[in-house]
Design a protein around this ligand. Structure first.
Ligand code: GLC
Length: 440
């Protein structure tokens, strides 16, 4: 058994830490301007001007079954769709707003289509629900709101009432958690600190957090409807999930309870390119080795990875997104055993240079991920050949040869013995070679 103890939380995270890999989907009106999901605030776009995207929202090529099939083929086991993002537009038929997909030329409840399609493929279903709302008339103007620099911002802010908005959120979350069956994850987003030099009229000095969201009530509403649901930490009250964003280095986050040393359940969220929403002209797409490294490294650090796709305005995944998903599909076909049900390797196994280690939760399988070629051999300190039953390359099942080796310093002093594996001189045609070590 893995010796790492995970902190217990109210939601059911057992399936989650087993499954390890999910798909984030950011879809909304911002797919039309196609230059980042924050465009409304980045470019200070007025309500009137943003309205054209509502009027032309028509993802006629959106087939959620196609999305689900691609997620499944990539080895992803769950998904999270933006039911509402910061722009406030809802992809579901909410009775509390007119600002929803069913009132656009699209005319469809996309949350329902997504939910049915992903469930049909056997994937777990999650919703992202933005705490921020740049459309709702009661959402006060703060440091990231599109209207913050308007000459009459103070006037526009007058009469806005966050208590009404908090009630709106509870009502909508109630709809999402009542009308679509069992929902596995709810991803709220996000809280932000006050400004140092906020204008005097700006409430809460331009920041928002658990008091404004009324997070306690919000969470109580959610738990009453779906007790097992996995909740993240972004409503400013720790729940089931810690969510490092675009981070390779989890040490920038607190991933353990400082008092008990127990590990939090965490999920790194990442994009294929530099945006969550579809960004047509963005060029910073991750390369295949980067994609594989992200997944392996995350699991080797004991976390989950959720990779994001931003569908085009017509609702399909573009070629670049499909190519990235294919990289995962091809790699996971051969190597998923080193991901599902795996976590950090036991601390006595020392990670050699150029490799990552994962280990099955039951402790019986150790995976050596060779991230760097060429290699002639690779050695694991802390692993003795007596512990090994058999070793093979995961890609083709060919036997991996190993022996105990004792290395010496230049002065001839013996170093602790290591298990040394022989490695092919070249990587297979497939990315990232994995050695599967079956332990006794
Ligand atoms: C951020 C962004 C947002 C994205 C999210 C995903 O908080 O505001 O656009 O949805 O992260 O983690």
């Amino acid at each position: 058994m893995s010796s790492y103890v995970r902190k217990k939380t109210p939601g059911d995270t057992e399936w989650f830490v087993h499954d390890r890999f999910g798909m984030f989907i950011h879809f909304g009106l911002y797919a039309l301007p196609a230059r980042h999901e924050w465009i409304k605030t980045r470019e200070f776009i007025s309500e009137e001007k943003y309205q054209k995207y509502f009027e032309h929202f028509n993802p006629d090529l959106l087939d959620a079954r196609e999305w689900a099939k691609k997620a499944k083929a990539a080895g992803m086991k769950y998904a999270v769709l933006t039911a509402k993002h910061h722009e406030g537009f809802c992809l579901f038929d909410s009775q509390y707003t007119d600002y929803k997909s069913t009132n656009t030329p699209c005319g469809r409840d996309l949350v329902r289509e997504y939910t049915d399609a992903f469930r049909a493929e056997g994937l777990k279903v999650g919703y992202y629900y933005s705490l921020i709302d740049w459309h709702h008339p009661d959402f006060t103007i703060d440091k990231i709101h599109p209207r913050r620099n308007d000459a009459d911002a103070e006037e526009q802010d007058r009469g806005r009432d966050m208590r009404k908005y908090a009630q709106y959120m509870r009502d909508q979350v109630t709809e999402l958690l009542t009308n679509y069956g069992k929902i596995d994850i709810l991803w709220t987003d996000f809280s932000y600190p006050a400004m140092e030099n906020a204008p005097a009229w700006m409430k809460c000095r331009g920041g928002k957090g658990k008091d404004e969201w009324e997070s306690e009530k919000l969470i109580a509403t959610i738990r009453a409807l779906q007790p097992d649901i996995i909740l993240n930490d972004r409503a400013q009250i720790p729940q089931d999930l810690v969510t490092p964003e675009q981070e390779r280095d989890p040490s920038n986050y607190t991933l353990r309870d400082e008092e008990t040393g127990e590990y939090y359940t965490w999920e790194s969220c990442q994009t294929f390119s530099g945006s969550w929403g579809y960004f047509r002209d963005e060029q910073t797409w991750k390369t295949p080795p980067m994609l594989i490294r992200l997944l392996v490294k995350t699991v080797a650090n004991g976390g989950n990875l959720i990779m994001n796709v931003g569908p085009t305005a017509r609702g399909f995944f573009d070629d670049r997104a499909n190519a990235a998903l294919d990289v995962y599909a091809d790699w996971m076909k051969y190597n998923s055993r080193s991901i599902y049900g795996c976590t950090m390797a036991e601390p006595e196994f020392k990670v050699p240079d150029g490799a990552y280690l994962t280990q099955s939760e039951d402790g019986k399988r150790l995976y050596i991920h060779l991230m760097d070629f060429p290699f002639h051999r690779i050695s694991i300190e802390g692993l003795s050949t007596d512990q090994i039953d058999y070793a093979q390359f995961l890609y083709d099942g060919s036997e991996a040869f190993y022996e105990t080796k004792t290395y010496t310093t230049a002065a001839g002093k013996a170093l602790p013995p290591k298990t040394t594996f022989q490695v092919p001189a070249m990587a297979f045609e497939k990315l990232n070679v994995v050695i599967e070590v079956l332990l006794k």
